[in-house]
Ligand binder design. Structure first.
Ligand code: 8ID
Ligand code: ZN
Length: 350
């Protein structure tokens, strides 16, 4: 397999600078890395946060974003044993971790203080060829379509982990806030596959139609509801509230509101990362209703294996639209306006 010296990539020179679709060098894999010829890459709202410098964590510039990259292994370092040339692989948000700190030893590699993130601290998957540490890359079975599985590599794994972290059990009800977005569409599918009932919360009729097509029982439109708390509670058994709330929205309000419609003894899991936002809940109600509020951040290697396995068994079917890599700026515009129902997946030129 011949690997070129240069390749097409979407590059941001500095925070918020117009993206440039241009030729850059193809990276060479280090001893513990694989080089993946990316075929498809999902576009996550995190990529927009990175480009715009929304978070209190420095971003590398010039930056090639992207962390839902699915493709084919075309080269590997001398220490790599887990992949052969020609295998299908996924590059995810956690591109590498130290393997030696307590978090890594406990298989919590996303918490490693020295972790590198694809499309944030190292170049990601909005390019034809990208590198990642082999032991953190995902194996993708050959019969799994690379376009549809791309969003699973961040969105799918993250919501699957979040559902597990919530402790919600089969038969119970989860409120998914931001259900019409990329993470939300996958969260509905994982919840359904896990036997969990869903109240979808998002805005607009296009997202309503998408949520209904995914089999959600109820959709609460935050742009139309006059009393969101009452509307969410009314859909839950005995009107007592959702057993768990998965917060995926990119706005602060639901992060303050969830404590009002979560069920007593229920759990709120914050996953969305709106800039400069705070979680706030009244101490009295949190105590006397025994509410748990926690964060959840991507997933570890095993979460990745399990989430991809759900997909490979045909249990996860979330809508996605395909666009060429050169259209990334248009997709970021749509995302910023909240106009994307589900996920966009970029087709990377051969
Ligand atoms: O590991 C993590 N914690 C992790 C992993 C991946 C992504 C966190 N994220 C973060 C992203 O950085 C982003 O902040 O999750 C958030 C959602 O990512 P996404 O699903 O890729 O974004 P999207 O497709 O734009 O969907 C967001 C949805 O939120 C809805 C929008 O309508 C959209 O459908 N929404 C908003 I904005 N305000 C809402 C509200 N008040 C709302 N839905 C309900 N109520
Ligand atoms: Zn992501």
């Amino acid at each position: 397999m011949s690997i070129p010296e240069t390749q097409w990539a979407q590059v941001a020179e500095s925070v918020g600078a117009p993206l440039q679709f241009k030729q850059i060098p193809v990276p060479k894999p280090g001893p513990d890395q694989i080089l993946v010829k990316i075929r498809y890459s999902g576009v996550c709202h995190t990529d927009l946060h990175a480009w715009k410098g929304h978070w209190p964590l420095p971003v590398k510039f010039p930056l090639v974003g992207g962390h839902e990259g699915a493709g084919v292994v075309v080269a590997k370092g001398s220490l790599v044993t887990g992949f052969d040339i020609g295998d299908h692989a996924g590059l995810k948000w956690i591109n590498s971790s130290c393997s030696e700190c307590e978090h890594c030893r406990q298989a919590d590699e996303p918490l490693c203080p020295n972790a590198q993130m694809s499309g944030y601290t190292v170049d990601g998957t909005f390019q034809q060829y990208a590198v990642g540490k082999a032991t953190l890359a995902s194996k993708i079975p050959k019969n799994v379509p690379l376009d549809a599985v791309a969003p699973v590599l961040c969105a799918g794994i993250t919501v699957y982990k979040g559902l597990k972290e919530s402790g919600v059990r089969p038969g119970e009800t989860v409120a998914i806030v931001g259900a019409g977005g990329g993470l939300g569409s996958l969260a509905q599918q994982y919840a359904k596959a896990m036997g969990i009932r869903v109240v979808a919360v998002d805005g607009g009729d296009e997202k309503r139609a998408m949520c209904e097509s995914l089999g959600t029982e109820t959709y609460v439109d935050f742009t139309k509801s006059k009393d969101l708390v009452a509307d969410v509670k009314a859909t839950t058994p005995e009107g007592l509230g959702a057993h768990a709330v998965i917060l995926l929205a990119v706005s602060e309000k639901p992060f303050q509101q969830a404590a009002e419609y979560v069920r007593s003894h229920g759990t709120i899991v914050a996953i969305g990362l709106p800039p400069d936002a705070f979680l706030k809940a009244p101490v009295f109600n949190t105590v006397v209703r025994m509410i748990t509020i926690k964060g959840s951040y991507v997933g570890n290697k095993q979460d990745g294996v399990e989430a991809i396995d759900f997909f490979a068994r045909g249990l996860i079917k979330a809508p996605f639209q395909i666009a060429p890599l050169k259209d990334l700026p248009k997709i970021f515009d749509l995302m910023e306006e909240g106009k994307i129902a589900g996920r966009y997946v970029l087709e990377i030129p051969e």
